[in-house]
Design a protein around this ligand. Structure first.
Ligand code: AP5
Ligand code: MG
Length: 223
């Protein structure tokens, strides 16, 4: 486990399919940071049949962003809970400049700030390959790829028969998510670079090598 200050807020930034979720699970285990994925939070709301989940689905299925007001309210409520006070690893949030400003303000109000934003850099061609083959375990939610990271046939939980595909991993939704990323989320690269808080890792390497670069970026800013 890396040495770090008591509190550390880290953002994983990158296009859909860059490997934010894959890396967040490993990095959270290595650092003790709480992994917060707004996409996972919306999908959990949907499984629980809440109004928020049903609203989010109408946007997610098309590859559109859920409106800022709803997303920001959900995230700020979550980081206000006790288990988030030692820091968080944000995966898929912020995705707009408005969300980034809201997060900065909320952290500043508790005398905290983002330590670093790590951009996982991957080309559009590679993303299309990854999302087309992504599957996840219906029982535990672990994420696999049919070719790059196949399901575990020896596991009673994560074997091939238990795998499901996300509704937004269909070709039309993937194309729209990439466009939405370019239009609404990519401006955050300049936002965090201008703030002196951007670090970039090469996402087109095996997951373990990406993870090693990511941990090095966190170590560089941990006290
Ligand atoms: P979200 O769930 O965040 O989806 P996303 O950003 O589109 O990102 P993904 O989860 O698709 O990709 P990932 O980067 O996590 O990659 P993964 O590790 O799975 O959001 C879904 C939707 O929710 C949004 O479209 C929006 O509607 C809504 N939403 C969420 N947050 C929002 C917000 N803040 N504001 C508004 N709306 C919001 O990896 C992908 C695949 O590649 C996997 O199969 C994996 O096994 C494989 N893989 C990973 N790493 C590697 C590697 N190094 N080499 C080869 N394969 C790899
Ligand atoms: Mg994800």
């Amino acid at each position: 486990m890396i040495q770090r200050d008591a509190t550390m807020y880290v953002i994983l930034l990158g296009p859909p399919g860059a490997g934010k979720g894959t890396q967040a699970v490993q990095t959270a285990a290595a650092t003790g940071l709480l992994h917060l994925s707004t996409g996972d939070m919306f999908r959990e709301h949907l499984r629980n049949g809440t109004d928020l989940g049903n609203l989010a689905k109408t946007y997610m299925d098309r590859g559109e962003l859920v409106p800022d007001d709803v997303t920001i309210r959900m995230l700020l409520e979550r980081i206000g809970r006790t288990d988030a006070q030692a820091g968080c690893l944000f995966d898929g949030f912020p995705r707009t400049v408005e969300q980034a400003r809201a997060l900065d303000e909320a952290l500043s109000a508790q005398n905290d700030e983002i330590a670093v934003t790590v951009l996982i850099d991957v080309s559009n061609e590679e993303i299309t390959r990854r999302l087309g083959g992504r599957v996840s375990c219906a029982a535990c939610g672990s994420v696999f790829h049919n070719i790059f990271n196949p399901p575990d046939e020896s596991s009673p939980c994560c074997d091939t028969v238990n795998m499901i595909q996300r509704d937004d991993d269909k070709p039309e939704a993937i194309a729209n998510r990439l466009q939405v990323y370019a239009d609404q989320t990519e401006p955050l690269v300049a936002y965090y670079r201008d703030a002196g808080k951007l670090s970039t890792v090469n996402g087109e390497q095996p997951p373990a090598a990406v993870g090693a670069e990511l941990l090095a970026a966190l170590e560089a800013v941990s006290g």
